[in-house]
Design a protein. Structure first.
Length: 189
């Protein structure tokens, strides 16, 4: 994968965004010039020079950038309650591979951020999926946004009645935890 070349856009309307790396919510006003630096996992990462930083914009706000929403970006599909059959663990892992750190073009699975995935009986029909994940740096304010994205995507897997994503710090993340694919994407030997 080659890095995306940032492309210039002018926001057509006010847009709610998340400031990177603090995780604070912000509103970028119509007419602000931004540079699209990453479009992965149904969200957009933009640099806003006049605001001094990077921001994550939801895929449902693609129109503000003059773009089409990525497939499935408007909102996470509602959780589907299973009437029979177990949750497909491979499907959960596939959905987690659509979650990205807004600063790194590698999904959270290939980054080695997912430490544990358990499928358990739920209180209601269906099953409960519990995930423990970490971040590349303990001070990353995007942890809540990344975990919420992962939780919503897990909840969209058929049979999942409940989903919980917990951010943990032990063991600390290191580049050795990345999969060969993650290392390949980042050019790490």
């Amino acid at each position: 994968m080659t890095p995306q070349t940032p492309t210039a856009h002018t926001l057509a309307r006010d847009c709610v965004a998340i400031r990177i790396p603090s995780g604070e919510q912000a509103t970028i006003t119509a007419g602000t010039s931004v540079y699209l630096t990453q479009s992965l996992g149904g969200t957009f990462t933009v640099q806003a020079p006049t605001l001094g930083g990077l921001f994550r914009i939801a895929g449902g706000d693609a129109d503000a950038l003059g773009l089409e929403p990525p497939a499935g970006a408007a909102a996470a599909p509602p959780a589907r309650r299973a009437t029979s059959g177990p949750v497909d663990e491979a499907a959960v892992w596939d959905r987690l591979r659509t979650v990205y750190d807004p600063e790194i073009p590698v999904n959270i699975v290939d980054l080695g951020l997912v430490y544990d995935l358990r499928i358990l009986p739920a209180a209601a029909a269906g099953e409960r999926v519990e995930v423990k994940m970490t971040l590349t740096a303990p001070g990353c304010g995007m942890g809540g946004a990344i975990a919420a994205d992962a939780q919503a995507k897990i909840a969209s897997v058929p049979g999942v009645a409940e989903a919980e994503v917990q951010v943990v710090w032990d063991p600390p993340w290191s580049a050795e935890m990345m999969t060969p694919e993650g290392k390949r994407i980042l050019g790490i030997a």
